[in-house]
Write a protein that binds this ligand. Structure first.
Ligand SMILES: NC(=O)C[C@H](N)C(=O)O
Length: 348
């Protein structure tokens, strides 16, 4: 009799744990998804004006799928994103994902720099659990706001078993992108994101998730970067190339104390000759110079038109300048050895 009662209880516990909803932490940082304007037909608004509770209240359906725990990290337009918020966010996500009762994290963010913040977390989160960034191009008060459906889709991606181990992903406009690859490609359209080198890794349509690609570079648990004890990050500046360029921006970066410069070169990462000399001088002063490209896709190849060995440059391979900056900031917390940093650009 006792045996029967015990086995019945075990079965009931088993069934109820099978039916238990996953718990998802939603961390809000601001952005247009939390933007508020005075008219649903005007494009002007203030980013980050809506609190996490209001954001969640706009999508009640997510409570049927998961137990939701909202948290406000910051309330800024992502053009105001900075080292402090990056570190706070990465530390908090690691803390939450270490808890057995948290199954995944969704982060609401602005679109302007979501490609950088998501890549920063891709390199610093120490968990295989889902981490999903979501944003919007239309403010919460706009007609046909895209935020609610994007958030609904993001929670569906976060509770989907297949998201485990994929690294940090970004959900926008029914698409799932890997944080390493995704970039903003349009200033105003709801279809503002693409992964030019690899394509999206999946789709999410009214909550139905389909994956068909797997990120191959090192991320999350395979990454060597640890922010748990960091208070700040090394300064890395980006210098954008153009015909008839000068040495002014490179010199300004060096005298401002940049530890590294990412050069957004022309074509396959080519600097203007005068700028190239200034970059070579920067290397002699101990500044790391990484050649990226302003083109937006493709790799700055190890053996292109620039003799990297002669000038002491490294290349960022397929990372665009703003993502290369993120990897360099973290790389410099480990080493300033150029060979070691070049290796990171081939692995991450
Ligand atoms: N669509 C957006 O989210 C743009 C806004 N400036 C932001 O990045 O916060």
């Amino acid at each position: 009799m006792n045996f029967l009662r015990t086995s019945l209880m075990v079965t009931l516990i088993g069934v109820s744990s099978l039916m238990a909803k996953p718990t998802i932490a939603i961390l809000a940082t601001g952005g247009t998804i939390a933007g508020s304007g005075t008219s649903e037909l005007k494009s002007s608004y203030s980013a980050g004006a809506v609190t996490v509770d209001k954001l969640l209240a706009a999508v009640p359906a997510i409570n049927d799928m998961a137990t939701i725990k909202g948290e406000q990290i910051s309330s800024i337009g992502s053009q105001e994103m900075n080292n402090q918020v990056w570190l706070k966010l990465a530390k908090r996500v690691n803390e939450l994902l270490a808890q057995p009762d948290i199954d995944g994290v969704v982060i609401t963010h602005g679109t302007d720099t979501v490609e950088e913040t998501s890549y920063f977390l891709d390199l610093t989160v120490k968990s295989k659990k889902p981490v999903v960034f979501v944003a919007a191009m239309r403010s919460s008060t706009s007609m046909s706001a895209d935020g609610p459906m994007n958030l609904f889709n993001a929670v569906n991606v976060a509770i989907n078993k297949e998201t485990t181990g994929k690294g940090v992903v970004v959900v926008m406009n029914d698409e799932i992108h890997s944080a390493r690859e995704v970039t903003k490609v349009n200033t105003s359209s709801v279809n503002a994101f693409a992964s030019p080198n690899s394509g999206k890794i999946g789709t999410v349509y009214y909550g139905n998730v389909e994956y068909y690609m797997q990120p191959t570079r090192k991320h999350t648990v395979a990454s060597e970067f640890d922010v748990s004890k960091l208070e700040d990050l090394p300064r890395v500046d980006i210098v954008y190339a153009h015909p008839n360029d000068t040495d002014v921006m490179v010199k300004a970066a060096v005298s401002a104390g940049a530890k590294a410069i990412v050069h957004a070169g022309m074509g396959n990462g080519n600097p203007f000759p005068l700028t190239q000399d200034a970059l070579a001088d920067a290397v002699k002063k101990g500044v790391v110079v990484a050649r990226s490209s302003r083109v937006g896709s493709g790799s700055t190849t190890l053996e292109g038109e620039v003799d990297d060995a002669k000038y002491g440059f490294i290349t960022t391979t397929t990372l665009n300048p703003q993502k290369a900056r993120v990897l360099l900031m973290l790389g410099l917390t480990k080493t300033s050895d150029k060979k070691a940093l070049q290796k990171m650009f081939l692995e991450y």
